[in-house]
Design a protein around this ligand. Sequence first.
Ligand SMILES: Nc1ncnc2c1ncn2[C@@H]1O[C@H](COP(=O)(O)OP(=O)(O)OP(=O)(O)O)[C@@H](O)[C@H]1O
Length: 631
Amino acid sequence: MSQTAKKHTFQAEVNQVLDLVIHSLYSNKDIFLRELISNASDACDKLRFEAIKNKELNAEDLHIKVDFDKEAKTITVSDNGIGMSHDELIENIGTIANSGTKKYLESIAKKDKADANLIGQFGVGFYASFIVAKEVEIKTRKAGAPADEAWNWRSDGKNDYTIEPISKDSHGTEIILHLQDDEADFADNHRLRSLIKKYSEHVAFPIKMLEVIYPEKDEDGNDKPAKEPEYEVVNDATAMWKKNPGDLKGKDYQAFYKQISNDFNEAAFWTHNHIEGTQSYTNLLYVPKKAPFAMFQNPDDREGLKLYIKRVFITDASKELLPNYLRFVKGVVDSNDLPLNVSRETLQDNPLLKKIRSGLVKRVLGMLKKKTNDSEVYGTFWKEFGDTLKEGVVEDFSNREAVLKLLRFASTHNDDATENVSLDDYISRMQDKQDKIYFITAESYAAAKNSPHLEKFKEKGIEVLLMHSRIDEWMMGHVQEYDGKQFQSVAKGKINLGDEDKDKEDKTSEEDKDFLKKLSEQLKDHVSEVTASTRLVNSASCLVMDEHAMAIHMQKLMEQAGQAMPGQKPALEVNLNHPLVKHIENMDNDEQFKQWSELLYEQALLAEGGQLKNPAEYVQKMNQLMLDMLG
Ligand SMILES: Nc1ncnc2c1ncn2[C@@H]1O[C@H](COP(=O)(O)OP(=O)(O)OP(=O)(O)O)[C@@H](O)[C@H]1O
């Protein structure tokens, strides 16, 4: 270490990331170059943006260079972008600011193997260098700083790094990889060019490499003096999204997706449009194949939708450009009309941006609608993002109908848990006199499918949607109808499936009424009332919540989460035709009546996914009754 070099220690998390990257990404070594070029491109974007406000800065001829030295076993990636100050070097390279990365580290701490697909999502970027390098140097000078205010950072990727002042001719950053001996093959013209083509073709700045000069002979067969090689552009270097969609192929879109998304998987599908009119802008929006790791942890931690104004990168504006329930969308939006000096803070209130946002929502919903024609593709999408999309039913009132159209459910029409029934499918199968869309929410598919509440519906051949995702109960609490048809939970409120049932209800005999009263009195601590059921066929009893109350399995979840759920007693419905109920009705021993009627309630609660206050007592009671029967 030279006298002027100062030693620093990596933040503990950096060490963890380094370790992970080196051990988990070794089968994906190639990506180091993509990561370095991507950082260089970001640095060029940043300078171009800064130069709009600060006329002193020079953002001409922004480019990236890739050089190599076979003998010295080095690769150098340099840019003339924004560069870094001394403090920025420490902050950006020596610490980890991304909260997602920290959470990720915590989550994998318990597993033995990290998932390489996930690591990529957390901006391990620069650290990927250490997969192939034994030592990395960064020479950097911040744009606007004098030549002697530049820095040389060095590290072997183990615990610490040094920073030393140097002098640097031009602003920007130079990353020098001193390759490990067995990775020296990367320092090769062909190999580097093909990696650039593969991963960085659509970076919007020119990536340059020195041309290869082959020895030439003159007319007499003598070697011509070799000319000095010049830099030539290796990639396409245009803003891909500005191109005509007709000129682009699937592989171009996929390559660009990987470049902007940090996703190791390909995109599932995309929509690319040049929009002209009161607002003129371009959008290229992708739906990933797999949900990113952090998506459900914190919807505010989202990125991947970039805002450009006239090809100048402004900011990652996922939150400003699309509502939360479409947070899985990644891509680029490039506006021709927004002012270049717009700041992130003022972005949200900008009326032009609001218009773009509502246009984008329509585009995404339109793209999804189209994809519903391909059941396989849509099925995969639904598995990954269906629950996220459901948030839109509550969040986005103006597009509620369009979002509802995109939802898919399991249903009694099918024999398995596959969620592939749309509300339109359901309506097309509704019976002649049926005017409601019936559904049930439960803890699991099995609980929904086997719920006693469905018995009458099964008997009558009326389809019921089986909802078993946690979000369903919340969503259905916010939506009343679709296509003019009311939603009705089969587990809540009164069910009236036709005149026959109504008649039955009216014809409850005086004896039965007395029995129901007696039961109500007996069970008053648990239920609001006991009534004759119109929905049971085979089961003896079921619990029914009030139309607007929360389902029992959800109440349980809320209680587990420490939320008190006061005063929401269900009603108990009993099947007066059931032998067990008849048996209780004819019972004259008060103690037995108490025990049996409590069982009636407890069984209904269990069937509902509810939790018994005292399970041991229940078991004892059951055993006693069985013994009584044997005796
Ligand atoms: N060539 C560069 N010029 C200027 N700053 C850079 C350069 N390379 C890296 N940095 C700075 O270092 C930070 C950390 O880089 P790193 O690649 O580790 O993560 P990231 O780029 O923030 O995340 P991601 O790779 O997911 O985009 C960057 O955010 C940037 O501020």
